[in-house]
Design a binder for this molecule. Structure first.
Ligand code: BGC
Length: 759
């Protein structure tokens, strides 16, 4: 049994920063805890160099099945593993490779401590699931957990035991390329999705050979990069930090996540990697996190250009003291940390604490019982890219699609007798649906939209590219060249559109236009796609626009003119089947936006849970209120929004007080002709508080399936947990007084009742 020691008062002064006992590992060694006893014994046998070795993570350098490297950095890494100077490897995958690396460590180093094998398993391993932002649009926590479970099963079968996921960064800025990796803008939805992913990756028992240690990232506020520019400064207030940024991180600690990753950004002047408050006081102190913290790639050394550390020695001292337990690819701990300890500049107790945390995770994974427990070639063959995995990927892909517009019920399409023109480079693209962060997927392996639609054989499809989206090479690390000049295919596409019943246009972003390093200053349709759309519209207005993107796009013109719009993100291996099944009504869309779609770029950051200000307006013909003179304050499509092929009616919102708060109920009726699912959302507004509260905050949701004509009473419980908030001291407080309680099918379409919390 692990007992948590809370806030012991022993205070040790280290290099001018206070480290309390409560911030160090809280595994109680007095109890008969096998892991704790094992780790304690092992630690006692380790030299300082071996301890520091555990705190070092290298990326893969060579196909280990080849000859040992003769010279250079690769040789250094190779020799370091053999000498016990490496604790974990990144980007080594496949049973054969993992086994060879593990052998290097286990059979050559003095103590034979096994390595961790980390990999960015972000939305699938080989079976590729929808990008995380898309999965969040499903609001289906079971489906999201299953997606992580299957991803872990495949990755573990490939020899891995650690994933660098989930990314739980809240973001309000669609320019930021990494919104594709998170759950969107809301901390309530984000927290539940984050916990579901941790449960999925880690399973019920970490020592099973189909689980991975999860890693919550990026701690913290990375999603608040100024102007949406990746790696940029984050400068936010305490209320936003405590109420918006931190809750999903805390939710993963509560879900038992084993590791954390810090972030590249500085937060309010302190690079996260060197932030004592975040890593020691909060995470390891107040939250009692007993796993370990890995730096982001090179983030220890990046404290030098940040202007926070003078040199590599200084960066090592700052990061290790602040609570970064493992150095990813800065190569600094392995060079300087032992000397810093020997010179009395870093307390050995901190090293012991970091190593204890790392060894504890290794022990929980069962690596000391069998370092090769993940290395079974038979399992690798059987479990990767299984049919049942693809079926699960298809299910969640369908659930992730959001129907944005459907004028005159142009959708679903009739299944026979239709002449269809399918237009757009992305319609015939088998790579872009895989999205970014799909390092183990096979290139061009997704079902394209064209392939998906062709399965409906009683209609005819005429495919035209229209305009090519990208020019030149497409790879994970290179800039993507977008075609902005070659319009040569447009004419043919216009001709094709002229005499058909319906035009399906698949437009949006290339699979590598979102993700790390892919911030965009313009979030409209890239390249010549807007021109193409308008020219096709001039020929045939009966257009269904399928948008595939890694972020919300600014699509004002389309929203005004195109009768049907389907947000299909990047949906992974089975994307084309999911899209076809939705277009033909074999699946009734049920997704809701996890992020606001802006009308104009200038509205960003735009989000539903904004503050009212002292001048909320609107004022008649007067300018002195909080607004734009050239754009409305309203979004194009709000958070929580999404249509169905059926219609849902909300009525009878009622609130009944009880001892712990209140029970809220609402009547939901499917008033349309099709069976369907609706995400019923509950929002609150705390009208007056000691720290101002947003105009709306999501505090509950349920996904309800109703047959045509069926109704149901949906109930929610409101307790302190939902009604309270974090004050600027980071304390959770519940303040009595007036609230609005709102329930509906989107953040902007809600029934409202007043409620007074008495205490
Ligand atoms: C990213 C992390 C990722 C790491 C290892 C970094 O560039 O920020 O999210 O886990 O690389 O691939």
């Amino acid at each position: 049994m692990i007992r948590i020691i809370t806030f012991l008062t022993i205070t040790i002064l280290i290099m001018g920063c206070k480290t309390t006992q409560s911030q160090l590992t809280n595994v109680d060694e007095n109890e008969n805890n096998t892991t704790a006893m094992f780790v304690k014994d092992l630690l006692a046998k380790m030299t300082l160099e071996e301890k520091v070795g555990q705190m070092n993570l290298y990326t893969s350098f060579i196909d280990i099945t080849g000859p040992a490297p003769a010279e250079g950095e690769q040789k250094v890494k190779y020799d370091h593993i053999k000498a016990g100077k490496v604790g974990a490897m990144l980007n080594v995958r496949g049973v054969e490779n993992v086994r060879k690396f593990q052998e290097l460590a286990v059979e050559n180093s003095r103590l034979g401590i096994p390595l961790l094998f980390g990999f960015d398993v972000i939305h699938g391993y080989r079976t590729t699931f929808p990008i995380p932002l898309a999965e969040a649009a499903s609001w289906d926590l079971e489906a999201i957990e299953l997606s992580a479970r299957i991803s872990a099963t495949e990755a573990a079968a490939a020899g891995l035991n650690w994933t660098f996921a989930p990314m739980v960064d809240i973001s309000r800025d669609a320019r930021w390329g990494r919104v594709m990796e998170g759950a969107g803008e809301d901390p309530f939805l984000g927290s539940l999705v984050a916990a579901a992913r941790v449960k999925g990756f880690q399973g019920d028992d970490l020592s099973e050979n189909n689980t991975l240690a999860a890693c919550t990232k990026h701690f913290a506020a990375y999603g608040f990069a100024e102007a949406g520019k990746d790696y940029n400064t984050a400068d936010i207030g305490l209320s936003t930090l405590y109420n918006i940024v931190l809750p999903p991180f805390k939710a993963t600690v509560d879900a038992g996540v084993q590791t954390f990753m810090n972030s590249f950004n500085e937060l309010n002047g302190i690079p996260a990697t060197g932030d004592v408050f975040l890593q020691r006081d909060l995470l390891k102190g107040k939250w009692n996190f007993d796993g370990f913290m890995v730096s982001d790639w090179g983030s220890v050394t990046e404290m030098i250009p940040h202007g926070f550390a003078k040199d590599g020695v200084d960066a090592t001292k700052i990061a290790s003291t602040a609570g970064s337990d493992m150095d990813m690819e800065s190569h600094l701990y392995v060079k300087h940390l032992a000397d810093l300890v020997n010179d009395g500049k870093v307390e050995v107790q901190l090293i012991d604490d970091a190593v204890k945390r790392i060894l504890t995770v290794k022990h929980k994974l069962g690596l000391f019982d069998d370092p090769y427990r993940y290395c079974d070639t038979q399992r690798e063959k059987e479990l990767i890219y299984k049919d049942t995995h693809l079926e699960a990927a298809l299910e969640v892909a369908k659930k992730s699609i959001v129907l944005l517009k459907n004028e005159n019920n142009i959708l679903p399409l009739a299944k026979s007798g239709q002449k269809i023109a399918l237009i757009g480079d992305l319609a015939d693209d088998k790579n872009s649906p895989l999205g970014n962060w799909r390092l183990a997927s096979e290139d061009n392996s997704a079902v394209s939209v064209l392939e998906g639609l062709e399965k409906y054989e009683d209609n005819t499809i005429d495919y035209n590219q229209g305009v090519q989206l990208q020019e030149g090479r497409e790879q994970f690390i290179f800039e993507l060249a977008i075609n902005t000049t070659d319009e040569s295919g447009i004419e043919e596409a216009v001709e094709a559109a002229k005499n058909v019943d319906v035009v399906i246009m698949v437009l949006g972003e290339h699979g590598y236009q979102a993700g790390e390093g892919r911030s965009r200053a313009n979030i409209d349709l890239p390249g010549l796609q807007q021109t193409l759309l308008e020219k096709i519209y001039a020929a045939n207005k009966n257009i269904v626009l399928v948008l595939t993107s890694g972020r919300p796009l600014a699509i004002n013109w389309a929203a005004e003119n195109i009768p049907a719009i389907v947000q299909a993100w990047q949906l992974g291996s089975t994307a084309g089947d999911a899209i076809a099944q939705v277009l033909y009504g074999d699946y009734n869309p049920s997704g809701k936006l996890p992020m606001t779609f802006p009308k104009s770029l200038g509205q960003i950051p735009i989000y539903y849970n904004y503050k009212n200000t002292g001048r909320p307006g609107p004022l008649e013909e007067m300018v002195f209120w909080s607004h734009y003179i050239d754009e409305s304050n309203a979004p194009l499509y709000p958070f929580g929004y999404g249509l169905s092929y059926t219609a849902f009616d909300y009525s009878n919102l009622s609130i009944e007080k009880n001892e712990v708060g209140a029970t809220v109920s609402v009547q939901l009726k499917n008033t349309g002709a099709m069976d369907g699912e609706e995400v019923v959302q509950l929002y609150i507004r705390d009208k007056f508080a000691s720290v101002t509260r947003p105009v709306k905050e999501l505090k509950g949701f349920q996904k309800i399936a109703l047959k045509a004509g069926e109704s149901k009473t949906v109930t929610f419980n409101l307790t302190d947990k939902e009604l309270g908030f974090y004050n600027n001291q980071g304390e959770f407080v519940v303040e009595p007084g007036a609230f609005d309680i709102m329930v509906g099918g989107s953040s902007m379409d809600l029934l409202k009742e007043a409620f007074v919390l008495e205490r």
